[in-house]
Design a protein around this ligand. Structure first.
Ligand code: IPE
Ligand code: IPE
Ligand code: MG
Length: 248
């Protein structure tokens, strides 16, 4: 589609036409990253959360408008309590320490997911970050935390019923509006680190026509160059949306 060669020149960057507007990342492999170093899993989570900054900066550099990161799923509650609490602690600390900087850099932070069950301190940190950055437009950073695609659909249906939406007014567009991501474009590209080939309940409605990219690299090691590779893979794809390409 793009005439991109198989090898990737060092200076290659996506053109505006090649660029996905919305990139979503399943940040997986923190535990294995730590395990490979003989460290406890929480060290991997710390390294993983620290890595968001580099990938966010690279996303801004490439011109991505929406970045959604999967940080904690509704199924991750089944992990040992120490790991869950440790993750909440790390997230709370990092949100607090990074909010001002994110704001200065024009990042709009949004939370996608449920608030139920999250500790008060973490909720306050999330609310402060989203309130402070709400009018920023350089990049939208959706943090999928306590997020599940099925829970999101359940919440959307509940809100539609609460709003007394008549059955005949329920359309695909309306359901999209009622999701946590209402008003945002669907992801064009979904990246999963650490090699698994599954969605794990991530953006199951919005991902209907997303392109997938999987890399064996663990999330804490996924940097600018890996993102560039994912964008290059995306630039080579032919998106057809169920139709027939006129050139075929
Ligand atoms: C992803 O890393 C982070 C979360 C799911 C919270 P994992 O913790 O799933 O890492 P692995 O898959 O065990 O290596
Ligand atoms: C998906 O990773 C969730 C996040 C990255 C937050 P998991 O490690 O929880 O997914 P599974 O269990 O391998 O499917
Ligand atoms: Mg995992």
């Amino acid at each position: 589609m793009t005439g991109l060669p198989d090898y990737l020149p060092d200076d290659w960057k996506p053109t505006p036409e090649q660029l996905p507007r919305h990139v979503a990342i399943i940040m997986d492999g923190n535990g294995r990253w730590a395990n490979a170093r003989g460290l406890p899993r929480l060290y991997g989570h710390r390294a993983g959360v620290d890595n968001v900054r580099a990938v966010l900066e690279a996303s801004v550099e490439f011109g991505i408008q929406y970045l959604t990161i999967y940080a904690f799923s509704t199924e991750n509650w089944t992990r040992p309590t120490d790991e869950v609490n440790g993750l909440f602690q790390i997230m709370g600390e990092v949100i607090k320490s990074e909010t001002e900087d994110l704001h200065r850099n024009g990042v709009c932070v949004r939370h996608v997911g449920r608030t139920t069950g999250l500790p008060e301190g973490l909720l306050v940190a999330i609310q402060q970050a989203t309130a402070l950055t709400k009018d920023n437009t350089r990049i939208i950073l959706n943090v999928a935390f306590n997020y599940g695609g099925r829970a999101e659909l359940v919440d959307a249906v509940r809100r539609m019923i609460a709003d007394r939406i008549p059955a005949e007014q329920v359309t695909e567009a309306l359901i999209s509006q009622y999701l946590y991501t209402g008003g945002q474009p669907d992801p064009d590209l979904i990246i999963r680190t650490a090699g698994e080939m599954r969605l794990s309940n991530f953006l199951i409605w919005q991902a209907a026509y997303a392109e997938y990219y999987s890399t064996s690299t663990y999330w804490p090691d996924f940097g600018r160059d890996e993102l560039r590779r994912a964008l290059a893979a995306y630039a080579r794809r032919q998106r057809k949306f169920g139709s027939v390409l006129t050139s075929c």
